[in-house]
Design a protein around this ligand. Sequence first.
Ligand code: HEM
Length: 160
Amino acid sequence: MPDLAIARALHVLAVVLWIGGVGMVTTVLLPAIRRAYPADQRFPLFHGLEQRFAGQARFTTLLAGVSGFYMVWRLEAWDRFRAAGFWWMHAMVCVWLVFTLMLFVIEPLFLERQLARRAAVAPEATYRLVEWLHRILLLLSLVTVAGAVAGSQGIDLFDW
Ligand code: HEM
């Protein structure tokens, strides 16, 4: 039993640091840069500052994934993925997959360069796109956190 409690604690710590960081970037850093800097300086500045968080996010997504799959294995909960009522389990894996692909594959391989090139010719629109991508990811993540906290207590957030 203590191993399950440890895995749950590590899972929640990882999620707090990771999604909390996404919240900070989305609701504080991006709007502050938009207000304080002209369009052509925004993306390079944001990109430089976000690099440090990207390193942390790689570590916390890994930790959330390892602890999450460990709990599924320990709880023998694989069949939850076949039940619609466990939508929050699917949501956790989907959010995790999106961030993992973004952080480890899509961003380093081409998105980073693509956005930098786009920002050089259309800085205003590119910065707006970056802000909207962050807002959508944050909203999905927060709905998932709420669904998982309620769901792990046997309550469906959207069905009571
Ligand atoms: C590979 C991805 C993931 C897997 C396999 C996974 C798996 C799990 C499992 C098995 C539980 C315990 C459920 C229970 O007690 O019945 C759990 C809890 C939880 N997970 Fe995940 N998870 C993953 C990613 C995420 C992500 C991305 C988030 C946040 C966006 C998240 C947030 C939570 C929260 C808030 C809890 C509830 C903790 C509690 O109240 O005790 N998980 N997860």
